[in-house]
Write a protein that binds this ligand. Structure first.
Ligand SMILES: C[S@@+](CC[C@H](N)C(=O)[O-])C[C@H]1O[C@@H](n2cnc3c(N)ncnc32)[C@H](O)[C@@H]1O
Length: 263
């Protein structure tokens, strides 16, 4: 299971992710419109903001919303209480198993949190009907390089260094070529993979620090005693703002569309 999230903060701060999810849905469904009665999985649903937009396209369909975080699942369950189209389940995507394969797997801002993409894509392929499709977006090669650089510098500071001995980043910012090959190996066809940039500006260093704490630095902050968490976050935010102020996060998104082959 992955780390816990502050679901209430994520709900407030996830405007960028929600916007990217909406754009991806719009773009994909222009080429491949839904009938409205399909079954879908939202893989890594978070609090359900993006799931809600998917559901608007499925008035007679169903969505299985899964996430590894208990806090996110609680928030999503509250959001969809009483909506008979939605089932919300706490599941690690690396262990995903479904009784009935679905027509569509949709996922946003999740796959880069999972290191083993080969295993992930294998699980997803098995959860799809033959001819079903995967539409996903996550952090890709070069994603948030300013934050990564700033974080490494702060981790190397005398006051924090000891806490990060043996640190290994477990995120996976993959490139389109590698992702295509991994999808092919998992049995997908008609594959499209590409990167696009989503530079995201924050109003102030304080706004950026709040966002970093909730979304980006959670794994780092786990290593630190409470008293060090705020100074660490502030130091990273200040370094990002030193590049450009108001600060910008240089997001790069990896998109993938693929169909599960027919046997
Ligand atoms: C940044 S949030 C994205 C949520 C939502 N899709 C959105 O776009 O706002 C990433 C989510 O991925 C989930 N996640 C990370 N690793 C996971 C795994 N192995 N299995 C299931 N969910 C996972 C986290 O719990 C978190 O809710």
């Amino acid at each position: 299971m992955t780390l816990e999230w502050d679901a209430a903060e994520y709900e407030v701060l996830s405007g960028p992710q929600t916007g990217w999810g909406l754009n991806l849905l719009g773009r994909v469904l222009e080429d491949r419109p839904l009938g409205g009665d399909e079954s879908a999985i939202d893989a890594g649903c978070g609090t359900g903001r993006v799931t809600e937009m998917l559901l608007e396209r499925l008035p007679r369909g169903s969505v299985l919303a899964v996430d590894a975080s208990g806090a996110m699942i609680e928030a999503a369950r509250r959001r969809f209480a009483g909506d008979g189209r939605v089932r919300v389940e706490r599941v690690d995507l690396l262990q995903l198993e479904v009784e009935e394969p679905v027509d569509l797997i949709f996922s946003t801002a999740t796959f880069h949190w999972i290191k083993d993409h080969e295993k992930l894509f294998g699980r997803l392929a098995r959860a799809l009907k033959p001819g079903g499709w995967l539409v996903a977006q996550c952090g890709g090669a070069g994603n948030i390089s300013r934050v990564t650089r700033a974080t490494e510098e702060v981790m190397g500071e005398e006051r924090f260094r000891d806490r990060f001995v043996g640190w290994e980043d477990t995120k996976e910012f993959a490139d389109p070529g590698t992702t295509r090959a991994r999808l092919e190996a998992a049995g997908f066809g008609e594959i499209q993979t590409w990167l696009h940039e989503e530079p995201t500006r924050f109003g102030s260093v304080e706004d950026l620090a709040r966002y970093l704490k909730t979304v980006v630095l959670r794994l780092h902050l786990e290593r630190l005693p409470e008293a060090d968490q705020e100074p660490f976050t502030q130091a990273v935010a200040a370094r990002v703002a030193a590049v450009e102020d108001p600060p910008v996060m240089d997001y790069v998104r990896l998109n993938m569309i693929a169909t599960r082959g027919r046997e």
